[in-house]
Design a protein around this ligand. Structure first.
Ligand SMILES: [Zn+2]
Length: 146
């Protein structure tokens, strides 16, 4: 998929910037300049991951037809996604590095919280509508470190 290709290019770019930063740190020159470059690449990364999240949300919401507000994508250390009571959806930037199936599971999971703001049987029933093998994917995701 186009998104994955762009994301991979960005990941490579980010690694290159990190490398340069590491090298420059030794002579303490241009650190500011490099951290700006790093921030710019991170922002680009987030924007690409956000586009990906939005396109998958749109896809699955053709079925669910829920209302959501702001969709944010950030680097986070603790979670893949979250849904606020105000209908704002947040996703970890790293969702773009997952397999399409796992990415879709996270999208559907958070989308379904707009219908059920809990993890009740009703919630899992909603998830199952679009993700019949959600249990397998959920187990798989638990094995991946954030
Ligand atoms: Zn949940």
């Amino acid at each position: 998929m186009e998104f994955y290709r762009t994301f991979l290019t960005l990941t490579k770019k980010l690694q290159r910037v990190k490398h340069v930063v590491r090298r420059k740190r030794r002579n303490r020159k241009s650190i500011t300049q490099n951290s700006y470059a790093r921030k710019a690449v991170l922002a680009e990364h987030e924007e690409e991951a956000r586009k990906l999240a939005l396109s998958r949300l749109e896809h699955f919401n053709q079925f669910y037809n829920f209302k959501y507000n702001t969709v944010r994508v950030k680097y986070q250390k603790t979670r893949w996604g979250s849904c606020s009571s105000k209908g704002n959806l947040n996703f970890n930037c790293k969702i773009a590095t997952l397999s399409p199936q796992l990415l879709d599971y996270i999208i559907v999971h958070e989308l379904c919280h707009l219908g059920q703001f809990n993890h009740s049987q009703k919630f899992w029933y909603l998830v199952e509508q679009q993700m019949p093998d959600y249990q397998k994917l959920r187990a798989e995701l638990k094995l991946i470190r954030l």
